[in-house]
Design a protein around this ligand. Structure first.
Ligand code: C2E
Ligand code: MG
Ligand code: MG
Ligand code: MG
Length: 283
């Protein structure tokens, strides 16, 4: 029976494996083309405070493939990390986001900071700080208007050098946030040692906050701890007023999610930001 099962497994698994490998090779080649022919763009999602006022933006990369349509960053970023293309993509994203942030700031429309997602390979490069500083200089964005989002994995990898880099960023005036908090090896003790400014509670906890007491407890605990430690907290993926209300009740002061605003291209974002948001309290 085991033999039978083994053979069945093999027969089913093998073509899948080939398929996924060739898919990745194709994806890599297509990504190279995308970089050459400007198929990448950025969308920006606002973060809002308890009054509904904008308190930050997050840049999210978009890829419009010529034949496949939009490809999710969740699908192509991991491939770009494997191939090393993330370095080139990451530089492009950072420069574009900083440029658009400066554009908004010049018009008085940038409230809070522009946040950019970083991959481990970018953060751990020896010339990472110089790259970021060069981009700030080239785009004319103040360091005080930039925030970098890191994942727990990035910070666990080589914690001592990560702390050095975080301190260097803080000295320049660049803020840092831990993205998807709670999904990694989150130990609270490591938070104590990391000079970061903000944590972003992962959507997976937020989406279950009204239906699962355990998820509610995680949100409550993370918010309370962050506040005790003097860290800012943003809840990610807030889709309903009930979720926002529950988070608010636990002391969460900032939110990001479809309930408040979807990621938008710059023209749409510009008009969205131009409309009065103060006092629009959706909570
Ligand atoms: P992330 O940094 O945690 O970004 C939040 C993701 O949640 C985004 O997905 C956003 O569109 C989505 N989102 C926001 N509000 C809601 C909501 O209310 N409900 C739901 N269901 N989703 C919501 P997106 O844009 O597909 O990006 C996925 C991930 O890809 C990001 O997760 C980030 O890890 C990565 N990524 C995106 N852009 C970049 C980039 O420029 N560089 C790097 N290294 N990674 C990126
Ligand atoms: Mg993020
Ligand atoms: Mg996240
Ligand atoms: Mg993520």
């Amino acid at each position: 029976k085991a033999k039978q099962q083994g053979r069945d497994t093999y027969e089913v698994y093998s073509p899948d494996l080939d398929d996924s490998l060739s898919k990745r090779v194709t994806l890599r080649n297509d990504l190279q083309e995308a970089l050459k022919t400007n198929q990448l763009s950025l969308h920006y999602q606002p973060q809002v405070d308890q009054t509904g006022a904008v308190c930050g933006l997050e840049a999210l990369v978009r890829w419009k493939h010529p034949s496949k349509g939009y490809v999710s960053p969740a699908d192509f970023i991991p491939v770009a990390e494997e191939t090393g293309q993330i370095i080139q993509i990451g530089k492009w994203v950072t420069a574009q986001a900083c440029n658009d942030a400066r554009y908004l700031a010049e018009r008085g429309l940038l409230k809070g900071r522009m946040a950019v997602n970083l991959s481990p390979m970018q953060f751990h490069r020896p010339n990472f700080l110089n790259t970021v500083q060069d981009i700030l200089e080239e785009t004319g964005l103040e360091a005080g208007l930039l925030e970098l989002e890191l994942t727990e994995g990035i910070l666990m990898k080589d914690t001592a050098s990560a702390i050095q880099t975080l301190n260097a960023l803080a000295n320049i005036g660049i803020a840092t946030a831990i993205d998807d908090f709670g999904t990694g090896f989150s130990s609270f003790s490591y938070l104590r040692d990391l000079p970061v400014d903000k944590i972003k509670i992962d959507r997976s906890f937020v989406s279950q906050i009204t239906t699962s007491e355990k998820n509610a407890a995680v949100c409550k605990g993370v918010i309370g701890l962050a506040r005790e430690m003097g860290l800012k907290v943003v809840a990610e993926g807030v889709e309903t007023g009930a979720q926002a209300g529950a988070l608010s009740g636990y002391g969460c002061a900032a939110f990001q999610g479809y309930f408040f605003a979807r990621p938008m291209a710059l023209p749409e974002l510009t008009s969205w930001l131009t409309e009065a948001r103060v006092g629009a309290c959706p909570l």
